[in-house]
Every structure is written in structure tokens, then in C-alpha cells.
Design a protein around this ligand. Structure first.
Ligand code: TYD
Length: 217
């Protein structure tokens, strides 16, 4: 018997990346409705999290009392990511659903490696174990000076993480995302996120249309 998935084209995996307060969540919402408006089934998800076990790990990493060792934190991030991939992302893609994910492995490279000093070889090793060859089909990197991101995030009441990590950390993360985008232009588009939401969303859609052949202009 032919299963439904045999006739359904595989969904596409789109990730949004960037520092704190860059506007990923707003953009994810807009993109989800734009894609749905073109008749595509869409799932919006996030990391760390996006599956029950991964959400438990998110609580440990973001709200728990522990200041994690960088390798331990990276192991937890990739444990959560693996769970997210296996339980949420792959089943959705196989069912033909387009998945829009707020943060993915590029965040571990930016935050744990460039921010906290985790060796990139450890990141690459963990990525191989957790993801194999799986990568996003397209990644939108929101580029916003960290002081502007901080001002936006403080408005929505998230001062603790900024106070804990400091301006120098966020400057390293910001620079890292630019390097990541420039290193893989076929997958990544660096978007000027100082723009208001509407022109940012237009630029994001154009970046997706140019990368994903199934998406009509
Ligand atoms: P969240 O509240 O979702 O922040 P944001 O809205 O900025 O995405 O918290 C996610 C936090 O986790 C954020 O500070 C970045 C951090 N993070 C990492 O350090 N490494 C990772 O691999 C991921 C996915 C997130």
C-alpha cells in the first residue's frame, strides 16, 4: 500500500538565527503566515525545546541554578536538538510540513564556541553525532548591533541573561553570526534587522524564494 508520505513532497527546514532581541520570533510568525498563505503546511518551533524532552532540558539550561561547564552545556544543547529532530522536525518534514525553527545548531556555534570558548572541534563532533548530515535548507541570520538587541530585550523584561553574560559576550556572539552567514552563503542570508518588521519580512521572503525552488516568487 502506498503511504501518504510517498506521494507528499518532503517539507523544508528553515532556521532563524541571531542575537537576543533581533526579532526572530516576530519574523517567524510572519513567515509562517506568509507560507501558509501560499498553501503550504507550516510548523513553527524553537530551540532549545520543540519536543517534550527537549523542553525539559530547556528549563534546566535556561532557568536552572547551574552555571554549566561549556562542554556539559553543549552536550545538553545537542541532546535537546537530537530529541527535537527525532520527535518533531523529521516527522514533520516527512509529512510534507515546512518547519520554521527559532534557533538551531548555528546558535551553539555562536553562543557556546564563540561566546563561551567551547572548541569548535567539540561542536563539530557533537553535531556529527546528533545530526549526521542533516542541515537546514535555508537559514536567515538577523543582524542587529547587540546594544540595540539588548534595548529591545530589556523592554520585554529579560535583563537577567544580559546582566549575567555581559556586553563583550554579546559582541562575540554578534560577530560570530556574521562569520557563520558569510561562510555558507548558499544556505544563509544575513538580514539587516535594524529595519522595521514589514521590510525585514519582505527581505526574508526574497531570501527564501531565492533558495527554495518550491517557493513561487
Ligand atoms: P530564548 O528565551 O529563546 O531567547 P531568544 O528569544 O533570544 O532566542 O532563549 C534561548 C537562549 O539560549 C538564548 O540566550 C540563546 C541560548 N542558546 C544557546 O546558548 N545555544 C544554543 O544552541 C541555543 C539553541 C540557544
Amino acid at each position: 500500500m502506498a503511504s501518504q508520505t510517498e506521494s507528499t513532497p518532503r517539507g523544508r527546514f528553515i532556521t532563524l538565527e541571531g542575537g537576543e532581541g533581533a526579532g526572530k520570533t516576530t519574523l517567524a510568525r510572519t513567515l509562517a503566515s506568509r507560507l501558509a498563505g501560499r498553501g503550504l503546511p507550516v510548523l513553527r518551533t524553537r530551540e532549545p525545546g520543540g519536543a517534550p524532552g527537549a523542553e525539559l532540558l530547556r528549563g534546566l539550561m535556561l532557568q536552572g541554578p547551574v552555571a554549566w561547564d561549556p562542554v556539559a552545556e553543549a552536550l545538553l544543547m545537542f541532546a535537546a536538538r537530537r530529541e527535537h529532530l527525532a520527535k518533531t522536525i523529521l516527522p514533520a518534514l516527512e509529512a510534507g510540513i515546512w518547519v520554521i525553527c527559532d534557533r538551531f545548531a548555528d546558535s551553539t556555534l555562536a553562543y557556546q564556541c564563540h561566546g563561551h570558548g567551547l572548541p569548535e572541534s567539540v561542536f563539530q563532533g557533537l553535531m556529527g553525532v546528533a545530526l549526521g548530515e542533516f542541515r537546514p535548507d535555508a537559514t536567515l541570520v538577523l543582524d542587529l548591533p547587540p546594544e540595540q538587541g539588548m534595548a529591545r530585550a530589556l523592554k520585554r523584561g529579560a535583563p537577567d541573561r544580559f546582566e549575567r553574560l555581559g556586553a563583550a559576550f554579546h559582541a562575540r556572539v554578534h560577530a560570530a553570526f556574521r562569520v557563520i552567514a558569510e561562510a555558507d552563503p548558499a544556505r544563509c542570508e544575513l538580514l539587516d534587522a535594524t529595519r522595521p518588521p514589514a521590510p525585514l519580512a519582505e527581505a526574508a521572503m526574497a531570501a527564501l524564494v531565492s533558495r527554495l525552488a518550491e517557493l513561487p516568487a
